[in-house]
Design a binder for this molecule. Structure first.
Ligand SMILES: [Fe+2]
Length: 316
């Protein structure tokens, strides 16, 4: 899924967006959430272990492309230290040295959007010895959020036996220069704002990924037939999902309150937005419940599992 109601709710969570603004090294405000799947792995379809960098190490080292971003993930299950994402703390400090070592060994990544396993494991022993750069597990409990600088090396542990993982990724990226046009985002190759706005409206999977890459896998071929519309909850949250631009006066006005020194006013607005989000989510989920049964008939998840709205704690 890319546009499920739960993903849409998380993408509009005002505190997560504000945390991203605070944690980004450039503190950009003009953020949007790039549509991306929720990852679900099971014993039958396990998570492959990996260690990589969400960007091209040479580009990150030379001009800082993509280094301001903060990878944000929300877990839907309790993770353990043996089955979760791990990070290599401090690895952002040797990006330039790593890039030079690759060049020295004749390895140029060209236009690769990410730096994959083999380009790190070759030097892992060296960095471990020199900087004590070791893999550190970062397990999250259900609904905890993991935020990681995008210039930090990270990966996933192998999947053991019957454990399950379910993680939603909130890929915040920025409109580079919002008052001089909205189409340029921060990584070359990413969709434009206009295209993403269309993807959000049509519930279509993007063809270009968050790192500017062509999307070749994990791409749903058509929108989920039971999708329903998530109504607008505020101007600020509209801007996070490309429903209105960051030049919109109402979005700016709300942003100014949220970022002001008046904490009470900011908190009041956050509570108001969250209250709208929750009531809109519940109303949309009830519509989704009936639509899913209507579309899938005997194959409906709710029908097959005999799940009622009351079972879900929802009433009309
Ligand atoms: Fe990654």
């Amino acid at each position: 899924m890319i546009y499920s109601l739960t993903q849409q709710l998380l993408r509009q969570q005002p505190r997560l967006a504000l945390l991203n603004m605070a944690c980004r090294s450039d503190h950009a405000f003009s953020l949007l959430v790039y549509p991306y799947i929720t990852r679900y792995s099971t014993e039958k379809s396990p998570q492959k272990p990996f260690i990589h960098l969400d960007g091209n190490v040479h580009k990150m080292a030379s001009d800082g492309t993509g280094t301001s971003r903060v990878a944000t993930a929300v877990s839907f299950l309790d993770e353990t230290k043996d089955t979760c994402t791990f990070v290599v703390p401090g690895s952002h400090k040797f990006i330039e040295e790593w890039s030079q070592m690759l060049y020295k060994d004749g390895i140029t990544l060209g236009d690769r959007p990410t730096t994959s396993d083999e380009f790190y494991t070759k030097y892992e022993g060296f960095f471990k010895q020199k900087y004590n750069a070791v893999r550190m597990p970062v397990p999250c409990k259900t609904l905890q959020v993991r935020m990681t600088r995008s210039d930090v090396v990270h990966g996933a542990t192998p999947q053991f036996n019957s454990d399950e993982r379910m993680v939603a990724f909130l890929w915040y990226t920025k409109v580079s220069d919002p008052f001089n046009g909205h189409d340029k985002l921060e990584i070359p190759g990413q969709h434009t704002w206009t295209q993403l706005s269309g993807h959000y409206a049509l519930k279509q999977a993007p063809d270009r990924g968050i790192n500017g890459n062509a999307v070749t896998k994990d791409k749903p071929p058509f929108p989920f037939p039971a999708e329903v519309h998530f109504p607008s909850s505020s101007a600020f949250t509209d801007a996070l999902i490309c429903r209105r631009p960051w030049t919109d006066p109402e979005a700016i006005s709300e942003l100014n309150i949220l970022l002001s020194h008046d904490d009470n006013a900011a908190l009041m607005l956050i509570h108001k937005i969250e209250s709208h989000l929750i009531s809109n989510f519940k109303a949309a989920f009830i519509k989704f419940f009936y639509r899913e049964i209507e579309v899938f008939q005997e194959n409906s998840y709710f029908k097959k599992n005999n799940i009622s709205l009351e079972d879900l704690g929802l009433t009309e």
